[in-house]
Every structure is written in structure tokens, then in C-alpha cells.
Ligand binder design. Structure first.
Ligand SMILES: *Cc1c(COP(=O)(O)O)cnc(C)c1O
Length: 423
């Protein structure tokens, strides 16, 4: 098996002393990765949740090739270009009505930083001293300092804890405990918070924890009652993952600010967009430079990335993408059901194209080497699965076949046999 060791590359979320090697992938197509020696892996988590239609989707690759012949990169202050303009118009049209302005950046984390800064700028420019951010327990919003601050505290951010800003933390709306969440939210809203940020319908990195559209709608309406800006972090949920194009659609919720990134280009190249309601733009609009929105990424609205995103939107519009998502939802439902009555696992669950279950093992410690054993177990079976602690989830590209999924679920069943009964 191809693996590289002794490389100068410092890999993400990797303890190199325990994981010295990485598989070296040479090419990918659809749901499959291929290593240099021909070994193949089913990419059952869409290369960390970004690939939507499949790897190297021809229309998106062609759009990238076409754009590279015209314009590579452009200063985005004082200048603009058609791919950015066209993409903004189409995003305004596609996303929930009322999100009328588009701010580009280059990753999910930066789209969240932009959202938080937009909310703080809005209140400052209105002359109100609101600065408190409300966020959910188990939340994940990215790994930059601001996004980490909004995210749940865990072993992953313990070293940085002293410099993270304090947020108003509300409990996760677990089934049966929703009222606690709503009460806590209302308490913080009444105390004049600036904004509330949530991952709509599912906390992803926090363990694929699902909550209902009704609760999402109630959270939004409590915020609206107190004028607290509602930020939907759709970085993971956007572009079909939850069964609808955007998760907020299922609750009929129009956020004040929404963050999109992972699936925006179909996962091919980095790009992010933070959309907002016109009031937020207008709060920054004045014949006074001090009231401008002070944020820029060097690669803001990179033309090649915007062209890839436009091609992605064409795929959604002109192909059977939505039907594929619907079929994948059904295939996932049928397969996760196999674990519904298995006492060795709990909470076999699904939201749209995402399915997850928790292994009933003693240690749910994300840092235990058990998680690494599991990852190795799946890799050895030609699968990219990367459990979150004891939570095993399948989040595949929409082109995955029934046979591909069977292979993934057979491996999960085998993992349950090997890992759970042993303990
Ligand atoms: C992945 C993710 C982010 C961060 O995106 P990056 O592109 O990795 O910076 C933010 N929010 C959510 C909900 C995510 O899943």
C-alpha cells in the first residue's frame, strides 16, 4: 500500500507520532480515490464533506480549464469580474428569499468570521453596544480563533482556550429537551445579544447530532422577537447534504446571515460566500469610510473558484442532481435501518444524505487511540471513513452507488462485531 512517511508536510488533525504515514492519492473519479500503486478507496465522507456530485465532475473541471485561459486572480476592491457578479446574482436567487448581498471569502472558517464581523459591525454602526454571540453546545464553526470561539470547547481547542472569546452557550436541543434550549436562548436574547449562530438541523463535527426543523424555526423566531441576528452556518449542510438544497429550507427559515462553503464549488476548489439581508449591508452604507465593512481575504472571489461554483450551480439546475440526492436519501435510510435494533450501537440516525450511529463503547474520548484503530480498520478495507470518536457516519458524494454503500455498511457491521463485542 502506498504510504508516505518522513515528509516535511504537517498534516491537519494528525498526531504524527501515532500516524506517521498517509496514503498518497494520485487521482479520483466519482466516489473513488486511487493511490499511485492502483489501490482504491471509496470516499465515503466526501473528502471531509466537500465533494457533492463526485470527484472531478466533468462540467466543473471544464469550467475551471476555461477560466484559467482568461483571468486567474484579481484585486476585488475597485475591480470585479463576471464570474463573481453572475455567481452572486444566482446565489441571491437560490438561497432563502431576503438574503440579498454576497461577501466572498475562501473557507468555511473565514465565512463564519465574516458573519460574526458583519453582525458586530451592524450593531456598532447602529450605535448599540451589542457584542454577545450565542452559540450551541456541540457546535463546530471552524478552526480560526473566532470560529473556534463560537464552537464547542473540547480537547481540540484546549491549548487555545485562554485566547478564545466568551460566548453565551445554549444546550443542544436533544429530543425531549428542546424547551431548555429555547428558554436559554430567550434569556440571552433578552439580555441583548448581538447574534446567534447555529448549524441548521445537524451539528456535524460535534457528532452528527440531529434536531428538528420546528426547533430551528422556533430558535429563529425567538431571535427575531428580540432583534438578535440569526446566523445559519450552512458550510456543511449546504448544497444538498440534508436532502434539500439548503437545510434552512426545511424549516422555512430565512436567516439574517448565512455561510456557505464546502459544496459551493462542488468541492473542487476553495471558495466561500457569506450572504446577508439588506439591513446588514445598509448599516455599513454611509458617506463615512469608518463605517465600511473591514474584511478581505487575498483570494476574495477568485475568478477560477467562482467559475467552478457557477458550473456547480448549472449541475444543480440542468442535471438529475436533485433526483440523485433523493435516491441517496432512500439508500441511506434502508442501510442505516439494519442497525436500528442492534444493542451494540445506539442512535442509528439519518438526516438527508447523512447517516450515523454511535458504537456502544466505554470511551467516547475523541483522543483515545481507539478512534485511530477504527480509521485504520476502514482504510484497510478500501474505505475512507473517519469516525468522530465513537460516532461512525457515512456522508458520501451523491454519485455513490448501491454497491458502494453496501461495501461501506458491511465494513461498519464488521467493525461493530470486532470493536464492540471485544470491549
Ligand atoms: C467544515 C465546517 C466549517 C469550517 O470550514 P473550513 O473550510 O474547514 O474552514 C465551518 N462550519 C461548519 C458547520 C463546518 O462543517
Amino acid at each position: 500500500m502506498t504510504a508516505v512517511a518522513n515528509s516535511p508536510v504537517w498534516r491537519p488533525f494528525t498526531q504524527h507520532a501515532l500516524q506517521p504515514c498517509a496514503y498518497k492519492i494520485a487521482r479520483a473519479e466519482g466516489a473513488w480515490l486511487e493511490a499511485e500503486d492502483g489501490t482504491r478507496f471509496l470516499d465515503a465522507i466526501s473528502s471531509w464533506w466537500v465533494i457533492t456530485h463526485g470527484h472531478c465532475r466533468p462540467e466543473i473541471m471544464q469550467a475551471i480549464r476555461d477560466q484559467t485561459g482568461k483571468l486567474d486572480q484579481l484585486i476585488f476592491a475597485g475591480f470585479t469580474h463576471e464570474p463573481a457578479e453572475a455567481l452572486a446574482r444566482r446565489l441571491v436567487e437560490l438561497t432563502p428569499p431576503g438574503l440579498d448581498y454576497v461577501f466572498y471569502s475562501d473557507s468555511g472558517s473565514t465565512s463564519v468570521e465574516v458573519a460574526i464581523k458583519m453582525a458586530l459591525g451592524y450593531w456598532r454602526n447602529r450605535g448599540e453596544g451589542r457584542t454577545r454571540i450565542i452559540a450551541l453546545e456541540h457546535a463546530y464553526h471552524g478552526d480560526t480563533i473566532g470560529a473556534m470561539s463560537a464552537g464547542a470547547r473540547s480537547a481540540f481547542n484546549a491549548p487555545y482556550e485562554p485566547v478564545l472569546f466568551d460566548v453565551a452557550r445554549i444546550p443542544f436541543p436533544a429530543p425531549g429537551e428542546e424547551q431548555r434550549t429555547l428558554d436559554a436562548l430567550e434569556r440571552f436574547c433578552r439580555a441583548e445579544a448581538a447574534a446567534c449562530i447555529v448549524e441548521p438541523l445537524i451539528c456535524g463535527a460535534g457528532g452528527m447530532l440531529i434536531y428538528s426543523p420546528q426547533i430551528l424555526a422556533e430558535m429563529k423566531s425567538i431571535c427575531a422577537r428580540y432583534g438578535v441576528l440569526f446566523i445559519a452556518d450552512e458550510v456543511m449542510t449546504g448544497f444538498g447534504r440534508t436532502g434539500t438544497l439548503f437545510a434552512c429550507e426545511q424549516a422555512g427559515v430565512v436567516p439574517d446571515i448565512a455561510c456557505y462553503s464546502k459544496g459551493l464549488t462542488g468541492g473542487a476548489v476553495p471558495l466561500a460566500a457569506t450572504l446577508c439581508r439588506s439591513e446588514i449591508f445598509e448599516a455599513h452604507y454611509a458617506p463615512d469610510r469608518a463605517r465600511a465593512f473591514f474584511h478581505s481575504s487575498s483570494f476574495t472571489a477568485n475568478p477560477i473558484a467562482c467559475a467552478a461554483a457557477l458550473a456547480n450551480l448549472d449541475v444543480w439546475e440542468n442535471t438529475d442532481a436533485r433526483a440523485r440526492v433523493a435516491r441517496l436519501c432512500e439508500m441511506q435510510a434502508a442501510r442505516i435501518a439494519r442497525f436500528a435494533n442492534d444493542a451494540r450501537v445506539s442512535s442509528a440516525r439519518r438526516l438527508g444524505t447523512i447517516a450515523a450511529l454511535d458504537l456502544n463503547i466505554d470511551s467516547k474520548d475523541y483522543l483515545s487511540t481507539f478512534a485511530l484503530d477504527l480509521i485504520r480498520f476502514f482504510n484497510a478495507r478500501g474505505l475512507v471513513l473517519r469516525p468522530l470518536g465513537a460516532t461512525v457516519y457515512v456522508l458520501p458524494p451523491y454519485c455513490v452507488t448501491a454497491d458502494d454503500l453496501d461495501m461501506a455498511y458491511d465494513a461498519i457491521a464488521e467493525a461493530v462485531d470486532v470493536f464492540v463485542t471485544k470491549r
